[in-house]
Design a protein around this ligand. Structure first.
Ligand SMILES: NC(=O)c1ccc[n+]([C@@H]2O[C@H](COP(=O)([O-])OP(=O)(O)OC[C@H]3O[C@@H](n4cnc5c(N)ncnc54)[C@H](OP(=O)(O)O)[C@@H]3O)[C@@H](O)[C@H]2O)c1
Length: 261
């Protein structure tokens, strides 16, 4: 839809990518209602303070979005996880799946009846290149994003022909606090490129306007994702450098963003 017709409920609005998304969307004429666990940074913006991993938080966001008549939902909230699987506590695995996969699934389910009553609506899931190509060190995070991609694809096909379009935006590595020093060192050692959050925000705006099913950022990542889809097992030998970088990762690998997921 046109940006000036969009009333966007944006989760993760306080994050590095979310703040850039909110600014870009507003700049293009869209209305934005942000969601975060803390009070709004500015008093002049529509905001819901809620923890999306709780039943109460989900209900508060769904209620506020319906009352505000949101017609676009962008699921950009998420938590990181990086490191060898044996060092990842089960509680962290559950927290990552809860925030990155179950919360957007449940929020979409709660909002769907209201969105289906509108002439036109869009739901955008912020996935990741790592949701389509598994890399050493990202087994838990990649699982959460792969799950999100699968959910979005099935739901898009389930809702085809109706007013609600389901879309996936898959950034590659992006320069925000999400990536702690361990991921930055891994990216450097493996020659992994990263984008500014504004690049992801521009891609979101384009996706809302062009209504495409999905957008992957970065040329090598787009190619790698396609090759992996066709010939995944043949690529298994290509990640020795990544494994070595993982072994050399600094000790903060279990808490990469400096946050407690
Ligand atoms: N940065 C990257 O390299 C990269 C690459 C590909 C995809 N992505 C995806 O892009 C999205 C945004 O990432 P980012 O780099 O902007 O990360 P970020 O700066 O760490 O921001 C994360 C956002 O998620 C919100 N959030 C986390 N847990 C929440 C919860 N339980 N309830 C409500 N909100 C919660 C945070 O809100 P609070 O203010 O409440 O903490 C914050 O707004 C994520 O889905 C991430 O997986 C990131």
């Amino acid at each position: 839809m046109k940006a000036n017709q969009a009333r966007v409920l944006l989760t993760g609005a306080s994050g590095g990518i979310g703040q850039a998304m909110a600014a870009t969307l507003r700049g293009a004429g869209a209305q934005v209602m942000g969601v975060g666990r803390h009070p709004a940074a500015r008093t002049d913006q529509a905001w819901v303070q809620a923890d999306l991993t709780t039943v109460e938080g989900l209900a508060a966001v769904a209620g506020a979005a319906a009352a505000w008549r949101a017609n676009v939902v962008v699921h950009a909230a998420g938590v990181p996880a990086f490191g060898p699987l044996p060092g990842t506590p089960p509680a962290q695995m559950m927290a990552v799946l809860q925030a990155n996969l179950l919360a957007p699934m449940a929020l979409t389910q709660a909002l769907l009846p209201q969105l289906q009553r509108l002439p036109k609506a869009q739901v955008v899931f912020v996935g990741s290149a790592l949701g389509r190509i598994g890399l050493p060190g990202f087994s838990v995070y990649g699982a959460s994003k792969a799950g999100l991609h699968g959910f979005a694809e099935a739901l898009r096909r389930e809702l085809a022909g109706g007013p609600v379009k389901v879309q996936t935006l898959a950034p590659r590595s992006t320069r925000t606090a999400f990536n702690g020093s361990a991921v930055q060192a891994y990216n450097q050692a493996t020659g992994t490129a990263s984008d500014a959050p504004e690049v992801v925000a521009a891609a979101l705006l384009a996706l809302i306007q062009n209504e495409a099913a999905e957008a992957f950022l970065g040329f090598p990542e787009r190619l790698a994702v396609r090759l992996n889809g066709l010939l995944g097992a043949l690529l298994d030998g290509s990640f020795a450098k990544h494994r070595r970088s993982l072994q050399a990762a600094p000790a903060d690998h279990l808490n990469p963003g400096g946050t407690t997921p």
